[in-house]
Design a protein around this ligand. Structure first.
Ligand SMILES: NC(=O)c1ccc[n+]([C@@H]2O[C@H](COP(=O)([O-])OP(=O)(O)OC[C@H]3O[C@@H](n4cnc5c(N)ncnc54)[C@H](O)[C@@H]3O)[C@@H](O)[C@H]2O)c1
Length: 337
C-alpha cells in the first residue's frame, strides 16, 4: 500500500517507516521538522538504500495535503503529527488544540476530498486518565486530566463520529503506552529538545553525562517498590503494531486498540536493568511526586493480538540496550553528530 505518514520524520514515525518498508509497503513522509530533523531522512536513506519520498508540509494545510494524497496515490494515512508534551500542553493549550485537533480536522478534510478514507491515528493511554482498574483494556472509561489528553480524546471522539456518519471510513485508534528504545542500528531514536519529560531519555542523558542525576518522582506509591509503574514498549514493536493494524482498514468502522506489552515496570526496575545490561551507573535521588502522576498504568494488549496477531516481542533488556546504543552513538542527537 502507499501510506502517507504525517510526522513521519519523528520518533515513532521514522521507526514505522522502516517497518512498513520491511513489510513491502511504500511510505510517504510529510513533516514540518517542528520536532525532528532532516537528518532523519538521510538516516532512513542509509538504512533502506532508498531515498525516502518526502514532502515538507504542515497537516493544517489541507489543500497541500490533498494534493500530496492525490499525487502519491495514497491508500491510507498514519497520522503521527502533533505535539506530545503534557507540561507544554498545560501552558500552551491553544497551540495543542490547533496542532492536534485543528491539524487532524484539516487532514480529514483533505482525506474526505480525495476519497482516501483509511486512517490509523496515534492515540495514547493518556485517554484513560487515572486508571480505575488494571490492566487497562479498551473498554476502560475515557477520562482525561490534561490538555494533551483532551486533544487526543477529542480527536478520538471526532473519528468515531466520522466513521459512524460515513460507512466508507475505516479508522484505527492506536493507544500507545510508553514507547522507548531505538532501532538496533542506532541510526534513529528519540531526541527530545531540552530537558526530557520521559524517563528513558532522561536515564540515557544521565548515563552519557549530559545530566547529573535522575530525579525519581516519589517512592511512596502503592507499588512493589514504591516508585511509579508503567508499560514500556520497544519502539520497534510499536512500529510493527502499525503494520499489523493495516489489515483492520479493510473493514469500515472505528476500532480502538492498545499497543503495550501488558507488563508494568517500576522506575527502579528501569534503573537496575539499564545499569546491568549496559554496565553503567545511573545516579539518582528520590524527590516529591509530580502532580497528576498515577501509581501504575499498564495495558491489557489482548485485543491487538486477537484482531491482528500482533504482540510485543522485545523485553526491558532490549529496550535499555537499544536506547543506550542510540544515545552513545548520537550524544547530541541529530543536530550535532
Ligand atoms: N512518544 C510517546 O511517548 C507517545 C505516546 C503516546 C502517543 N504518542 C503520539 O504519537 C505521535 C508521534 O509521537 P512521537 O513520539 O513520534 O513524536 P515526535 O514529536 O517525535 O513526532 C511528531 C512529528 O510530527 C511533526 N509535526 C508536528 N506538527 C506537525 C504538523 N502540523 N504538520 C506536519 N508535521 C508535524 C514533528 O516535526 C515530528 O517530526 C504523536 O501524535 C504523539 O502524541 C506519542
Amino acid at each position: 500500500m502507499n501510506i502517507l505518514l504525517t510526522g513521519g520524520a519523528g520518533y515513532i514515525g521514522s521507526h514505522t517507516f522502516l517497518s512498513l518498508i520491511d513489510a513491502g509497503h511504500k511510505p510517504i513522509v510529510v513533516d514540518t521538522f517542528d520536532n525532528s530533523s532532516p537528518q532523519v531522512l538521510d538516516r532512513l536513506h542509509t538504512l533502506t538504500g532508498e531515498k525516502p519520498v518526502f514532502h515538507q508540509a504542515d497537516v493544517r494545510d489541507s489543500d497541500r495535503i490533498a494534493d500530496i494524497l492525490t499525487r502519491e496515490k495514497c491508500d491510507a494515512v498514519v497520522h503521527f503529527a502533533g505535539r506530545k508534551a503534557v507540561g507544554e500542553g498545560q501552558s500552551k493549550p491553544l497551540l495543542y488544540f490547533d496542532q492536534n485537533v485543528g491539524g487532524t480536522v484539516q487532514l480529514l478534510h483533505a482525506m474526505n476530498r480525495t476519497g482516501c478514507k483509511k486512517l490509523i491515528f496515534s492515540s495514547s493511554a493518556v485517554v484513560y486518565g487515572n486508571p480505575e482498574y488494571l490492566p487497562i483494556d479498551e473498554e476502560h472509561p475515557l477520562s482525561t486530566c490534561n490538555v494533551y489528553g483532551d486533544t487526543k480524546r477529542t480527536v478520538e471522539d471526532m473519528l468515531r463520529a466520522l466513521s459512524a456518519s460515513d460507512q466508507e471510513w475505516s479508522v484505527v485508534l492506536l493507544r500507545y503506552f510508553n514507547p522507548v528504545g531505538a532501532h538496533k542500528s542506532g541510526e534513529i531514536g528519540e531526541f527530545p529538545r531540552g530537558i526530557p519529560n520521559n524517563l528513558m531519555p532522561y536515564v540515557t542523558q544521565v548515563a552519557v553525562g549530559q545530566l547529573e542525576k535522575l530525579s525519581v518522582f516519589g517512592n511512596d506509591f502503592d507499588t512493589r517498590d514504591g516508585t511509579g509503574v508503567r508499560d514500556y514498549i520497544h519502539v520497534c514493536d510499536l512500529a510493527d503494531g502499525h503494520v499489523s493494524a493495516l489489515k483492520l482498514l479493510d473493514e469500515a468502522g472505528c476500532t480502538a486498540m492498545n499497543l503495550g506489552t501488558g507488563k508494568g515496570y517500576s522506575v527502579l526496575d528501569i534503573i537496575t536493568t539499564f545499569e546491568t545490561v549496559n554496565d553503567v551507573r545511573i545516579p539518582y535521588q528520590i524527590t516529591a511526586r509530580r502532580p497528576g502522576d498515577v501509581a501504575a498504568c499498564y495495558a491489557n494488549p489482548s485485543r491487538a493480538r486477537s484482531l491482528t496477531g500482533w504482540q510485543a516481542k522485545l523485553g526491558l533488556a532490549e529496550m535499555c540496550r537499544d536506547a543506550w546504543h542510540w544515545q552513545r552513538k548520537n550524544p547530541k542527537g541529530f543536530a550535532e553528530t
